[in-house]
Each structure stands twice: as C-alpha cells, then as structure tokens.
Design a protein around this ligand. Structure first.
Ligand SMILES: Cc1cc2nc3c(=O)[nH]c(=O)nc-3n(C[C@H](O)[C@H](O)[C@H](O)COP(=O)(O)OP(=O)(O)OC[C@H]3O[C@@H](n4cnc5c(N)ncnc54)[C@H](O)[C@@H]3O)c2cc1C
Length: 304
C-alpha cells in the first residue's frame, strides 16, 4: 500500500500533531540533504511507536527508522513510505550504580555527559560523535578503538510486527560499525550499558582531548555525515582516498574534504546525487590505484 493521504489521516489519529506529509528530509540530516518523505512520524512513547510500526507492517508500507540523521544519505527524490524519527519522548537516561539505561532517542552527547556526571568511565570516546543511542547501537558507533557495543549489556527492540523483545550483547553480534540490525524495520527502543567507576575530572579531561582531536582533524564547520567509508583492515580510508589524489575533488556543492579525505562536505546546495557521484569516484579510484574495495559506512535511503 502507498503512504497516501488516507494513511496520513489515519496516522494523525494515532499521533496527533506528530505526523507530516511531504516533509523534506534535509531538515533531519546532518548533511542538510534529502527530498520529501511521503509520511514523516515522530512517535513520543513506546505505545505510539508500537502502533505506528504495526500500522505500517499490517499494510506493507515501506518503513525506515532514523535517529538524528547523522549517518544517512537520503535521495533527492525522498522516500516513498513512512520515515519514523526516534527522538524526544524516547530519550530518557537513568543511572543506577554502574549501569546506564538510555532511550534510543537520547543524544550521544547526553549519554556521555550523564556517565561523566555520575563518575563513570567508558563513554569518553563518544565526545564529539553526533547522533542518538538508537543509531549508535545499529551502527556500533565508535572511535579510538572503543565502541558502543563493548559496553552494551541488553537492548530493547520493537519488532516490525509490533512485539517488544530483548537481545543480549552477544545476540546483537556487534562488529566494526555493524550489528544484526542492518537495513531492517526493527526499532531500537532502549539500551542498557555497563560502565566502570572513574574520577569525574579524568573523564572530563579525556572527553576534552577527544573533542580537540576532532576539531583539529575533521571539517566540523561544514555539514557532513562523518566518515563515508569503513577503514579497511590495517589502513585508513581517508589515507587511501588522499593517496589516490582525490582530496578537494568536487561535484556540484559536494566536496571530498581538504582536511579529512574520508569526509564529504556540503559546501552549500549539495544534492544527494552530487554526494553519491563523489562516493562512486572515490571507490573506483581507490580500487584502480590500490586494488582495495572500500565499503560505505553511511546508509543510503530512497531511490536514485
Ligand atoms: C561530524 C560527524 C562525526 C562522526 N563521527 C563518528 C565517529 O567517530 N564514529 C562513528 O561511529 N560515527 C560517527 N559519525 C556517524 C554518526 O554520528 C553515528 O553513526 C551515529 O551513531 C548515528 O546515529 P543517528 O541517530 O544519527 O543515526 P541515523 O543516521 O539516523 O541512522 C543510522 C542508521 O541507524 C538506523 N537507525 C537509527 N536509529 C534507529 C533506531 N532507533 N532503531 C532502528 N534503527 C535506527 C537508521 O535506519 C540507519 O540505518 C559521525 C557523524 C558526523 C556528522
């Protein structure tokens, strides 16, 4: 079934005021790129999420779940179906001894700050990584050798058919920027993490050092989605793209960053097609020069 006006009106009954039709996804991505979603919904409770997901499932309407949109490239043509944004209302964080329970919509900066304020170590590496807990669980977000999956104990999920289930860390099969939840309609609702006691000041200093490193090495003044490609074993995608001579390469408003070649920045007015062309160019050139096939880290949404 299509996500049409009937669908919009029916969802308005489930989520009054939190459904929009034709919402431009550029408003919900860190790249500031993306065309209209037929339906855009922001459930603000577990029950609303359950009803929305079941609604799409029962009618076989294509569904995509997003968080802060910091790791996605949405087509200029948008998405024919429902996009659910997991955010406010599903962003509670609580600390109990060394355990932190975080709603999927909580920003990673809040999670890192909550750990620091409770005198807990483990999440320092999150300093400067944008996005939400849900997106970070799906992607197993990480930096400097640490990742979210390492600290996870249990994840609460909502299946496409509307049932809640819990998965242990082992069941999530966390790997390098991956988990079992790739390109699925399963929603991450909440995660429980185990941290360890650490002096607040030491946590604060470690976080400040990570942020400084990012400011020095990443083009944070421009809209981007962080690293485009995963690093191949023993090497870095940025180094390979730079060595292939593509630093500064431009298509339309998109550019392979002059500062960090694994970032594609939006200099203004970039389209998803511009970005995709640069991604393709980088992949082909690195393959040609070094015989290495780079694998994208970012997720592409919609048709091109
Ligand atoms: C400047 C910058 C720096 C970055 N640095 C890093 C870094 O150092 N390390 C790193 O790992 N990442 C980094 N990123 C990428 C990004 O911030 C992380 O991957 C983040 O965890 C994505 O979270 P999100 O909420 O934005 O997810 P989104 O981009 O919204 O979604 C990412 C994927 O997760 C899915 N998803 C999101 N939320 C849910 C949910 N609740 N349930 C089910 N599926 C969901 C989406 O469908 C999509 O497949 C960076 C990005 C930027 C812009």
């Amino acid at each position: 079934m299509l996500a049409d006006n009937t669908c919009y009106l029916e969802l308005q009954n489930i989520l009054p005021g939190r459904v929009r039709s034709g919402e431009l996804m550029k408003k919900h991505t860190s790249w500031l790129i993306g065309g209209p979603a037929d339906i855009f919904a922001e459930p603000a409770s577990r029950e609303e999420m359950q009803l929305t997901v079941s609604y799409a499932h029962e009618r076989s309407i294509p569904l995509i779940i997003i968080g802060a949109g910091t790791n996605i490239l949405v087509s200029d043509k948008g998405f024919r179906g429902i996009i659910i944004k997991v955010g406010s209302g599903l962003d509670r964080i609580s600390v109990n001894d060394n355990l932190i329970t975080a709603g999927a919509g909580a920003k990673l900066s809040r999670l890192a700050a909550a750990a620091r304020d409770a005198g807990l170590g483990g999440f320092e590496f999150l300093a400067g990584i944008p996005g939400t807990v849900g997106g970070a669980v799906v992607m197993n977000a990480g930096a400097n050798g640490f990742s979210v999956g390492t600290l996870a104990i249990e994840i609460l999920l909502l299946n496409p058919d509307g049932y809640f289930i819990k998965k242990t860390k082992d069941e999530m099969k966390f790997g390098y920027r991956s988990s079992i939840l790739q390109d699925e309609q399963t929603v991450v609702m909440e995660a429980v993490f185990s941290c360890y006691r650490r002096d607040k000041e030491a946590v604060r200093e470690a976080m400040a050092a990570y942020i400084k490193k990012r400011k020095d090495t990443q083009p944070l003044q421009y809209p981007s989605a962080g690293s485009i490609f995963k690093n191949p074993p023993g090497d870095s995608a940025g180094r390979l793209i730079e060595a292939a001579g593509l630093k500064g390469e431009r298509v339309g408003g998109a550019q392979i960053s002059m500062l960090h070649a694994n970032f594609i920045v939006n200099l203004g007015g970039a389209t998803a097609c511009d970005v995709l062309m640069l991604i393709d160019r980088a992949r082909k050139k690195v393959l040609e020069c070094f015989g290495l096939e780079l694998k994208p880290e970012i997720k592409v949404i919609g048709c091109f």
